[in-house]
Design a binder for this molecule. Structure first.
Ligand code: FRU
Length: 491
């Protein structure tokens, strides 16, 4: 093991255990200590779910990318393992960036990641060079391949940049070969996704430019994921520098999914539709895997790059993952649901049918910060606005508001205790389904994930509200009818 990895493992072991369990989310992954961004290597290997993450153990800010590592039997209880990778080779000294994991034919686990190095230009300035590298291991310790990097500048199609060439997502094809998709920047400065193939996981060849954005839907496309679900091909990407389009796509770093078909002859993805993947505030760089029972499950970084510069005072770790979500394709859309394992942690249950809401109302037993609650709102013209207040007391609250005239759902966490003037509000176009808007709200100590209308849309945000603020209330401008089902979640 390199000195650098040994140092990281020693440091996290000493520091990580000092963070109290109650200062972490109850069922969302957080870094052992320091900083976390993208999920990496989300996979199932030898009886366990593995999740790696972009990790800087030494600080609550992005720097010196290592890979952190957790494992789980049920996608909800995660156990910390020692850091898996450190930027300890000449070719990755500027960081082990995002990548993925898969089991090799001989039973070893392969990690494929972006190795970042830098070069000095004639004027003395430096710039990053990105290549792809692999490491193999037993689910605990990994050895980087002696012939790394395995994909370099010479494997790029004409005009593609060696500065932006990152985030390999690997899978095994039906033909027995390994494939991966990688984000790339073509000569016009837009984004494209490259497809590569390998018989053994070590020797890779360029296959095709799978998809190009031609400057629509952002510029550089980061963290691609490509899979088939319910007979549909889906390409998920995290574009940088998106232009807004109405309430559908917001400005800046975003996550979108493209549905379409895959042409086996040309190895091109033929796009049919493009949708946002999560319309909340904190969601980026998702990655998915297939569970042994055949479900497509996705997890994302529950943060946004611009907000992540503002770390609350005094915290020892920063960054969380979303809840793993089951993905299906129905009626032209991806449907997201919390993994069904969450139902095993449901405790105390309260239930209200057809309650009329006008002035601010508290429902007995409907409170808390770690819960699974479904609110069904009948959409009528008897009210102009309906609001749910969460994580509330006299000082704090975060709100979800529905306007039935504009058909807009609004999030507002400006009073959540986040002390910085960052993005706190988002408006989302939400059409009623069967005359109702259904909101399944999963709350953990530091987050809210909303599954709208059976998961056909989602909205995610983190909260740094003190845990004592645990009231929930409902109010309407006019008269609204709701049903509420609430489970406390106990871990
Ligand atoms: C996306 C990203 C990836 C990169 C990683 C670096 O959030 O920028 O493209 O591999 O983060 O930490």
């Amino acid at each position: 093991m390199s000195k650098m990895l040994e140092k990281a493992r020693k440091y996290e072991d000493e520091q990580g255990k000092q963070i109290k369990a109650e200062d972490r989310p109850a069922f969302h992954v957080s870094p052992y200590v320091g900083w976390m961004n993208d999920p990496n290597g989300f996979s199932y290997y030898q009886g366990e779910y593995h999740l790696f993450y972009q990790y800087n153990p030494y600080d609550t800010h992005w720097d010196s990318m290592h890979w952190g590592h957790v494992v789980s039997k049920d996608l909800l209880h995660w156990e910390y393992l020692p850091a898996a990778l450190a930027p300890d080779e000449d070719y990755d000294k500027m960081g082990c960036f995002s990548g993925s994991a898969i089991e090799l034919d001989d039973g070893r686990q392969l990690l494929m990641y972006t190795a970042v190095d830098h070069e000095t230009l004639e004027d003395g300035s430096k710039r990053d060079i990105q290549t792809q590298a692999v490491a193999v291991g037993d689910g605990r310790d990994y050895v980087k391949y002696e012939k790394n990097p395995v994909l370099t500048e010479k494997d790029l199609p004409e005009g593609a940049s060696k500065v932006d060439f990152r985030d390999p997502k690997i899978w095994k094809g039906k033909d027995g070969n390994f494939y991966c998709v990688i984000g790339s920047r073509p000569a016009d400065g837009s984004g494209q996704i490259l497809l590569y193939r390998s018989a053994n996981g070590f020797d890779w060849e360029f296959v095709s430019i799978l998809a190009e954005n031609k400057k629509r839907f952002g510029k550089m496309w980061e963290c691609p994921d490509f899979y088939e679900v319910d007979g549909k091909h889906v390409l998920v990407v995290s574009p940088m520098a998106m232009m807004p389009e109405g309430l559908k796509f917001h400005v800046g770093h975003s996550v979108i999914y493209l549905t379409g078909t895959y042409d086996k002859e040309t190895h091109k993805f033929v796009r049919e539709d493009v949708q946002p993947l999560d319309s909340g505030i904190d969601f980026y760089a998702p990655q998915s895997m297939q569970t042994p029972d055949g479900r497509r499950v996705m997890i994302a970084w529950m943060q946004a790059w611009p907000n992540s510069k503002f770390v609350p005072d005094g915290v020892k770790y920063f960054g969380q993952m979303t809840l793993p979500r089951e993905i299906n394709y129905r009626n032209g859309k991806l449907i997201q649901q919390p993994v069904r394992e969450i139902e095993n942690y449901r405790g105390e249950y309260v239930h209200y049918e057809n309650v009329e809401i006008s002035d601010e109302t508290v429902l007995n037993g409907v409170d808390g910060r770690v819960l699974d609650m479904t609110v069904k709102l009948k959409v009528t013209d008897a009210f102009k606005k309906f609001t749910i207040k969460l994580a509330a007391d006299e000082t704090y609250d975060s709100t979800i508001t529905y306007d039935p005239v504009r058909e807009v759902l609004s999030l507002d966490r400006s009073r959540s205790g986040y002390m910085y003037d960052i993005l706190h509000k988002r408006d989302i176009q939400v059409k009623p389904a069967g005359g109702e808007v259904t909101l399944r709200i999963l709350m953990d100590r530091f987050s809210v994930e909303i599954f709208i209308n059976d998961g056909s849309q989602t909205a995610t945000m983190v909260l740094f509200t003190p845990q004592e603020a645990d009231n929930i209330s409902f109010a309407a401008d006019g008269k609204a009818k709701i049903s509420v089902e609430k489970y406390t979640l106990t871990f």
